[in-house]
Design a protein around this ligand. Structure first.
Ligand SMILES: [Zn+2]
Length: 346
């Protein structure tokens, strides 16, 4: 496919594409189809012509939107977009399209060799989340400030061999440590993150996220699907493996002295990939069982049922644990329990 044709597809109005895909767009927002969304978290940036979910981090251009929502490979998604919008493409020649740029691990590895935790990161991890310092070191969590003074936690994702395969940046900004002017756009960051939509977002989010500051950002081609895969190598025969939703719950679980990996959410749960990882770790042969504390919401229940079906298929035992009332997830439970714990010596 010709470059100008791709450009044409990328410049189809993102909101019209979303509507063709069945999303109800209102004031540049819609419910996010990539996670269990109860308020419109998916934002459309009309100027940059892209989308970004403030809850699950899903983002991209018109082609990405079609690929993700229709679960189509790149060229098929292009064909769908072209057909839907009466764009006439010369030919489809797969060999002529550029392969996607791989994740640039070399560029990011250096950030995690000697991780540094700034004041905001230390506050978030230790004061708010009550995490064990050993867990934070094991996870090689790093931090940085962008040119607008916004603090970010940098979370590396490794494969089971310990090779860096992706980076997730988590916005640590709260009203109390906000230094940037409230309308500063995010662009051209020093660590080379992909730029995500900035712009005005009305209502809905409230809480701590100001306009123009996304909650998560990912460098190009980051594979942030299963978190903490290296722990699988340390799993002893018969030992329990906890499955959590998201990295925060995973850190809390590790701080509680349990072996844990995290998947982003039920909607982003890739069964095939997950199965491959568990098979590589010889979970079945080693008699390990899976454990879950479902989040206390519909997404948590959904993930539990997805995992249950998955575990049954594989012949692995899945044990469900319930959180006490008043705890929405394990991270929350861990914080609430911290009043009864003596601090871990550092
Ligand atoms: Zn989402």
């Amino acid at each position: 496919m010709e470059n100008y044709e791709l450009q044409r597809l990328r410049s189809l109005p993102v909101e019209s594409v979303a509507e063709r895909l069945g999303l109800a767009v209102l004031r540049h927002r819609s419910l996010c189809p990539f996670h269990e969304d109860h308020r419109p978290s998916l934002a459309f940036n009309v100027a940059k012509n892209n989308f970004h979910c403030y809850a699950c981090g899903a983002h991209g251009n018109t082609i990405d939107l079609a690929m993700k929502l229709l679960n189509l490979p790149f060229l098929e998604a292009c064909r769908w977009l072209a057909d839907e919008h009466n764009v006439i493409l010369t030919t489809f020649k797969p060999s002529e399209t550029k392969p996607p740029k791989p994740f640039d691990a070399k560029k990011y590895e250096k950030y995690f060799e000697h991780p540094f935790l700034n004041e905001e990161a230390r506050h978030f991890l230790f004061a708010e989340r009550k995490l064990d310092e050993r867990v934070v070191r094991w996870c090689r969590l790093n931090s940085w400030h962008d040119r607008n003074g916004i603090p970010w936690l940098q979370i590396p994702y490794y494969n089971r061999e310990g090779k860096l395969i992706g980076v997730q940046n988590r916005n640590l900004e709260t009203p109390s440590n906000s230094k940037a002017p409230s309308n500063s756009p995010l662009k051209g960051e020093k660590a080379g993150e992909e730029s995500l939509p900035s712009g005005k977002f009305e209502g809905g989010l409230g809480e701590v996220w100001r306009e123009s500051s996304p909650r998560f950002r990912f460098p190009a081609a980051s594979r942030c699907r299963i978190y903490d895969l290296p722990v699988l190598k340390m799993l002893r025969p018969g030992e329990d493996l906890y499955i959590t939703e998201g990295s925060s719950d995973c850190w809390a679980m590790l701080s509680a002295g349990r072996k844990a990996i995290a998947i982003p959410s039920a909607t982003l749960f890739n069964k095939k990939e997950f199965k491959e990882e568990l098979q590589a770790a010889r979970i079945l042969e080693n008699g390990n069982s899976l454990h879950i504390y479902p989040d206390k919401d519909a997404a948590g229940e959904n993930l539990h049922y997805e995992l249950l079906a998955f575990a049954n298929d594989m012949g692995i035992k899945l044990v469900r644990h319930d959180l006490p009332d008043g705890c929405k997830d394990f991270a929350d439970y861990w914080v609430q329990q911290s009043v009864h714990r003596t601090p871990v010596p550092s």
